[in-house]
Design a protein around this ligand. Sequence first.
Ligand SMILES: [Zn+2]
Length: 459
Amino acid sequence: MRDETLLIDHARYVVTLDGERRIVRDGSILVEAGRIRRVGKAAELADVRADRVIDARHLLVTPGLVNGHLHVSYAHAVRGIFPDDLGSPLAHVFKLQMAMTEEEEYHTTLLGLVELLKNGTVCFVDPGSTKFPDACLQAYEEAGIRVVLGECVSDREAPFPLPRYEATEAIARTAAFLERWHGRLDGRIRAWAMPFSPETCSADLLRGVKRVADERGTGLTLHHGSGPAARRESLARHGLTPTAYLESLGVLGPNVLLSHALGLDDGEIECLARTSTAVAMCPVMAAKAGRGVPVHGRMPELLQKGVRVALGTDSPNNSNHVDLVRAMNMAAIQYKDARQDLSQIPAETALELATLRGAQALGLGDELGSIEPGKRADLVLFDTQRPEWQALFNPINNLVYNADGRSVHTVVVDGRVVVDAYRQTFVDEARLFARVQEIGERLQARTGVRFPPSRWPIV
Ligand SMILES: [Zn+2]
């Protein structure tokens, strides 16, 4: 239940992300019917009465964090089972994902949502990994989170077991999915077209689902065939770079979000800028998977050309965490090191990527991403009474370089308090953790996807 009016009072800092990027010291925020009504100095809101008042004297408030690429589904049940030198785990990933039962996916998803919200993420794009959206709807409803959902489709042979259909069926399924899901839960659910990748989908399928997304006024996301191997394949097959190939099909545009987007050349960056296509980059996953960010990471150039960029974490079995504060940190430090240039991705830009720029990349910049009157009341309150926040003079530096998601104290989505003084309000965590551990054991036994539990003896 949400209170009709909520006052966040005397916050130590409110990081507004407004047009002037004001950081209000001793700030207050009035929320009414799920939207931000007023923001200002606490003294200016001193006359306000509200159904609930949160004393925010030790808290720093930011807009809710937005994750542009996160496969929720199965991964929480078997997190960390892949050895860190495995190479591509995709064959195992899809085997595990396809073996989930409805009840299992509900629980693993719910655990994913607990972790996301407790680390400050209020909105995420699940790139088509949910197998049982009906069961997961219940989890989304209980958690109160925002999600961009879709059905993963492909129509070509792939080296891993993707959901594969004839192109016409894939397009029809996508249309039916959008029809059924878009706008549910008071608009907190958005449904997008989700073809897996250009390598696994024919030109007909890609064009068809883009048309469906355009007709419905919704979005499309796909894994962008990037990096040297994808480039070689695309040039050999189409005579075009991966991005130019998508443009030739008409599958770029303001409602398209390409994930990962590593290894882009200058022409491809121009192409994304020209077509107003957005990208979701996963800095932690890229580093952990050895994707060569120093060579292939072009985030600074994308930002320079005005391309909308979101941060993602990818699957909990890739990054392996879903903490966007850590992703901000990685984005900020990765490019300084890669370029040996300290002006790359300042802390403020990293915070924008996880908030306003992320919301804009998802086409939700008018509703989310900053603390301004009229916007949805999606807020994260960080606890500055923790050792890693001392001493506090430059709040953005402290947030991006010192802190991580564990200092998230309270989270508000659509005006509803979903994490309240470190406690989420919708599920019994101890029971959920035990259930997911059991699901992980059963899933490994059922699929035969097992790895030695440790390189060191567990005695
Ligand atoms: Zn992905």
